[in-house]
Design a protein around this ligand. Sequence first.
Ligand code: NAD
Length: 425
Amino acid sequence: MKRMNNAFKNYLSQIKKVDKVLKFEPWVKERLKKPQKTIEVNFPVKMDNGETRMFRGFRVQFNNSRGPFKGGIRFHPQVDFAEIKALAAWMAIKCAVADIPFGGAKGGVMVDPKKLSENELKRLSKGYVRAIYQEIGPDLDVPAPDVNTNPKIMGWMVDEYTKVQSAKCKAQNYLAAFTGKPIDKGGSEGRVEATGVGGVIVVATLAQKLKFKNEKLKIAIQGFGNVGYHFAYFAKEAGFKIIAVSDSQGGVFVPQGLDPLATLKCKKESGQVAGCYCVGSVCDLSFGRPISNQELLELPVDILVPAALENVITQENAAKIKAKAIIEMANGPVTTEADEILAKRGIMTVPDVLANSGGVTVSYFEWLQNKKGEHWTKEKVNRKLKTKITKAFNDVWKESQERQISLRDAAYILAIQRIIKAMEK
Ligand code: NAD
């Protein structure tokens, strides 16, 4: 499982680079390299045919010096321990870059959710919570959605957590134990689209710094799930031209610009984005064509947005990337080797720990609202998100300009300085 194992290696090489600058004390280096706690669970789920199947899940709690552990739960057949460990470490860095008072964690279950019925998925989600409930909680570890998990699943999970906790302790409000919940179960306005919205604020701020006009910039997006779709939708609203999108089945290339909402509607009807190159009700090949994921990554666009999975830009294809800038909306889409090739070619990369921090930032707002018993308007959430993410971008930009280093190195230096400060307390 090369894709997964590389992810943690990428994290370690980044730590090594920061060590050269900050010169860690030995104990700091050890703490940054190893998770505080790892949890592996095997739990039963009753299937619709009456059989009971066992499933394997993980929760890795990497670092909680700055606040409760925080990180999503991924359902994927190729989830493994190394991948979850890397994602947990990145969460600690991300929360520090975004300057929110959380540490980093991540969870996952080895399952192909597309092969389960809705009821099986519900029992799996609840089973995973029963297996890990003693390790999570509003002030201990706060999970959220990730690949193949969504608000509905968070709703099932918070219900189960409340049920098990209430049976053991005094019944109380446990809503802050999960974020990314449905609005009617304590979710925040704006959370579903927050990662995409945050990414668009980042790309617009970058365009401003580079004195580019949004309207002049062509964007290709790999991945058309929660993050990819919302990024596409809000980027189009902000005036950018989206010329290609894809999902796991392939994609579409529409040189004159596509409509993300119409493409989503078409994907819902046909089950995939490949083939969704119609403009309105008119379908004509001259408007666009199907495209493979590999081709999409190599299109001559201004901005390339990987928004699917890890390690899609590697030393094999980095020399073929034609974009001027990469906005990492997925976690870990560029390998360390590819990063070096891209840097030498003058391609600027906005790292995942900054670019996709909008999701965890609004998760923090949700957690705060649950704790205070408040419900903020979408305008308030988006206003606060814009302030927070613009500040994070400017801090990283300043660090990178002052030290003459990449945005990734700058983000890691900034974050690790903040984590060390908290660890030393
Ligand atoms: P999702 O499950 O909603 O969507 C994933 C998308 O990627 C789907 O369109 C899927 O078809 C596509 N995909 C899967 N395998 C692919 C492949 N091999 N090639 C091309 N496309 C492929 O997941 P999401 O929540 O949108 O998450 C996407 C990425 O963003 C992940 O790396 C995740 O960790 C990261 N992320 C998500 C959030 C969030 O709030 N959801 C926050 C921060 C980071």
